[in-house]
Design a protein around this ligand. Structure first.
Ligand SMILES: [Zn+2]
Length: 136
């Protein structure tokens, strides 16, 4: 008597255990797209500039209008940088961690910071090279 036991599922693609995934499980970390990643990197670079320009005049960070809470959140420079780096590495934003009991006078919006940086840039480039084709 030579009877080999046969595994009924041996090599069977219909094995009920194969490819089973539980939708209730933790969602896979969703890596940022190249575009999103680039955006975050640019924000980080801008942040360096804004902090360098604004920190000396007493600005402690940026205020961001939160779409979830419908209220402004105040972020220190370090906090902002940490959040952006976290976003880069994990693909998802951090939970809200605004500065504690901030003084709104010490925080500006991205737009303000951008405008300020542009103004400084214009001042620095103004008059340095008069002959180089003024745009008017
Ligand atoms: Zn919020």
């Amino acid at each position: 008597m030579h009877e080999e036991p046969i595994d009924p599922f041996n090599g069977d693609p219909a094995d009920p255990a194969a490819g089973l995934h539980d939708p209730g499980d933790d969602a896979e970390l969703d890596p940022l797209t190249d575009v999103e990643r680039q955006d975050v990197l640019e924000d980080l670079a801008d942040l360096e500039i804004y902090q360098a320009l604004l920190a000396p005049i007493g600005v402690r960070g940026l205020v961001i209008e939160c779409e979830d809470c419908r209220e402004p959140h105040y972020f220190d420079w370090d906090l902002l940088r940490g959040n952006l780096r976290h976003l880069l590495s994990s693909g998802r934003p951090r939970v809200h961690e605004p500065a504690y009991d901030p003084d709104p006078d010490h925080y500006v919006t991205w737009d303000y910071a951008r405008g300020y940086a542009d103004g400084v840039h214009d001042t620095l480039t103004e008059g340095t090279d008069e002959g180089a084709g003024s745009a008017g």
